[in-house]
Design a protein around this ligand. Structure first.
Ligand code: NAD
Length: 365
């Protein structure tokens, strides 16, 4: 039953193997000539080549921390100002793209990144154009207005239109070199985005369609992509699944599983994908209802029980933590308190208070 919704998707999406070669044309077509590339170390040599080829890129920031830190943003902002760049190109996983987004927002202002991180000033309405080029198949950051940045122990997920990329350039060639464990963690993150967008209290019909397809693609391709770096079809489909996963949650936002992922990351220093995967099958069981059963049928997995079992099997197969004891010393009462207080928990279709969350974590001991 479709009642009422607003659907918006302002990002130009270019998808396909070899698409990175279109970067010079994309920049020139938008009148951009002084780009800053923000990337991880694995992409630094290629980024330098782009500078040398004189195709619209003038500087590279590749000193990126994972779970990106504000100090990295500050450094890249200094570079952006020094080179008077006119756009920021984030090439990498979520860490690179989210850093690029923050840099693009802050660089044209006269303030430092901490001012905006602390909320001492509202983020500007417009920043430099952002070109987002994912190299992992997971976060969907290329199509969201979210930037996740940490400052010391404080990790903030900031949702603001200034972070919306102008262009998403999704080139599956770039994910060929991703290590197997990262393939699994990011793939389960993509699955979490699709499921959470679908079961979010704010879900809506167009996002739901993309969620179902993203789930179908992850179920059919993640294991092959994890097993075989040369399975080009599986990797290509995972890149598409991650893009659809991003579109699935961009408007409805995520829910309980992501709410829990932040305290889990903070306490146990695991990656974002690992933290989401840790409770994803538990939330499938908690949120099981007729709508979720329908998603399972449409995605070709029978029912919610089989979906939860499949997630569990992927974690077991790839050696991801499945019990709290594998993460570290855990105070389930404290963990439950922090997860219950996270704003995304209000988006979960089944209300989860501290007691319910403590039971969930106790079952994972
Ligand atoms: P990541 O960016 O931290 O990268 C994971 C690892 O893979 C790194 O070691 C990186 O160097 C390596 N890597 C990436 N591409 C590679 C390649 N092509 N070849 C070899 N190695 C490669 O991981 P991620 O899961 O993509 O991003 C996680 C971050 O994104 C977290 O900070 C998370 O909070 C954030 N996030 C953001 C959004 C959003 O909408 N903005 C959504 C979900 C998660």
């Amino acid at each position: 039953m479709v009642s009422e919704f607003i659907y918006r998707q302002p990002v130009e999406i270019r998808f396909g193997r070899g698409k990175l070669a279109e970067l010079p044309e994309i920049l020139a077509g938008r009148g951009l000539h002084r780009g800053l590339i923000v990337c991880g170390r694995h992409f630094a040599p290629e980024a330098q080549r782009l500078v040398e080829q004189n195709c619209g890129v003038v500087a590279v920031f590749s000193d990126l921390q994972l779970e990106p830190q504000l100090s990295g943003v500050e450094e890249a902002v200094r570079l952006a100002r020094e080179y008077q760049v006119d756009c920021v190109i984030g090439i990498g996983g979520g860490s690179a793209m989210d850093t690029a987004k923050f840099v693009a927002a802050v660089a044209p202002t006269d303030a430092d990144a901490l001012t905006y991180f602390n909320g001492d000033r509202p983020l500007p309405e417009r920043g430099l154009p952002i070109i987002a080029v994912p190299t992992t198949s997971g976060t969907g950051s290329e199509v969201t207005q979210v930037s996740v940045i940490s400052h010391g122990a404080t990790k903030r997920t900031i949702n603001n239109p200034v972070f919306m990329p102008a262009v998403a350039l999704v080139d599956p060639d770039l994910s060929d070199t991703v290590p197997a464990r990262v393939v699994m963690c990011t793939g389960l993150d993509a699955l979490a985005h699709a499921l959470e967008g679908y079961w979010s209290r704010n879900h809506q019909p167009i996002s739901d369609l993309m969620a179902v397809e993203a789930v179908r693609l992850v179920l059919g391709n993640l294991e092959n992509a994890w097993r075989d770096p040369d399975d080009r079809i599986a990797h290509e489909r995972m890149a598409y699944a991650a893009l659809l996963g991003g579109l699935s949650f961009a408007l409805p936002k995520t829910a309980g599983c992501h709410a829990c992922s932040y305290p889990i990351c903070e306490h146990f220093h695991v990656s974002h994908g690992e933290a989401c995967a840790f409770t994803l099958d538990s939330f499938v069981r908690v949120n099981a209802d007729e709508r979720l059963e329908e998603l399972c049928r449409r995605a070709g997995i029978g029912d919610t029980q089989q979906l939860a079992d499949w997630i569990n099997r992927m974690k077991a197969l790839s050696g991801l933590p499945m019990k709290l004891s594998q993460l570290g010393e855990a105070d389930t009462a404290q963990l439950a308190r922090e997860c219950a207080a996270h704003p995304l928990m209000n988006n979960n279709p089944v209300p989860m208070d501290e007691g319910a969350l403590r039971n969930l974590f106790e079952a994972l001991r």
